[in-house]
Design a protein around this ligand. Structure first.
Ligand code: XBP
Ligand code: MG
Length: 251
């Protein structure tokens, strides 16, 4: 009998940002989009349910375009619409960065604890997100720890790949730079688009849900949890549990 190929050891954790590290969407990105629209003189307003529906399209510029196609299609006919969207998005990013820099957006339960544990255990860390790079840096530095950006060996963010999640491209980009196969890593996601991207790149994936993603389809996830668990939670996610989930996903 041919022996089963040994499962590769767990070597790295790859984190999504929005909705996974922190609840950034409803009270962060959404507010910043609305502020950018308002200050540019548009009467567009994304309320909480509408923003939930718009989250089906990842990427801020792509989301604005998707909104216009649905609600103001004539705007897309304007010859300078590409520039308009890019300028609105730049204003939105400035507003979001200011908000997050004030420390207004905490990490989700268990995130800081698990990251500290993973570092102590010698696991490598990376990020794979569709959000803009500045948004990642400001969140890590303001809400995780000063200097935390350097804990992440690879940060794949924003437009470094043209096709955003649910395309697997950002995960391929990160894996290539880590120099690891998918089988040596675990991904952390919060949404169906994120899970599809990670699974599309062959990654075993832990999902932590939030209010916007609770009803998403998470078929194929290694685990689906409300969060990673605070330090005193009996069922908190530990590195030992990650190793078990990772090993159980091996073929
Ligand atoms: C996050 C996104 C991003 C943010 C906004 O998705 O889709 O667009 O909502 O960031 P994921 P930008 O968590 O699946 O990576 O405006 O900077 O794009
Ligand atoms: Mg996400």
């Amino acid at each position: 009998m041919i022996p089963a190929r040994p499962q590769r050891q767990l070597e790295a954790l790859i984190f999504d940002v929005d909705g996974t590290l922190a609840d950034t969407e409803r009270d962060g990105h959404r507010i910043a989009f609305n502020e950018a629209f308002r200050s540019a003189g548009y009467d567009w307003h994304w309320d909480v349910p509408l923003y939930g529906a718009l989250l089906s399209v990842t990427g801020g510029k792509e989301r604005i375009r998707h909104y216009l196609a649905q609600f103001h299609p004539q705007q897309l006919e304007a010859p300078d619409i590409q520039t308009t969207i890019a300028d609105l998005h730049k204003a939105k990013t400035r507003c979001y960065v200011d908000m997050v820099a004030s420390g207004a957006v905490p990490m989700r339960p268990g995130v800081a604890r698990l990251i500290a544990e993973a570092r102590a255990a010698g696991l490598r860390l990376a990020i794979a997100t569709t959000t803009t790079p500045e948004n990642v840096t400001v969140l890590l530095e303001s809400s995780l720890a000063k200097g935390a950006t350097r804990w992440f060996e690879v940060i794949g963010a924003g437009d470094v790949v043209p096709a955003k999640k649910p395309a697997p491209d950002i995960y391929h980009w990160v894996l290539e730079r880590l120099g690891l196969p998918a089988s040596a890593c675990l991904a952390f996601e919060d949404s169906d688009n994120g899970l599809r991207a990670a699974r599309g790149a062959g990654l075993a994936t832990i999902v932590t849900t939030n209010d916007y993603t609770l009803t998403h389809n998470f078929e194929g996830a290694a685990a689906v949890l409300p969060d990673l668990g605070a330090a005193d939670a009996a069922d908190r996610v530990t590195v030992a549990r990650l190793r078990d989930w990772h090993a159980s996903q091996g073929s």
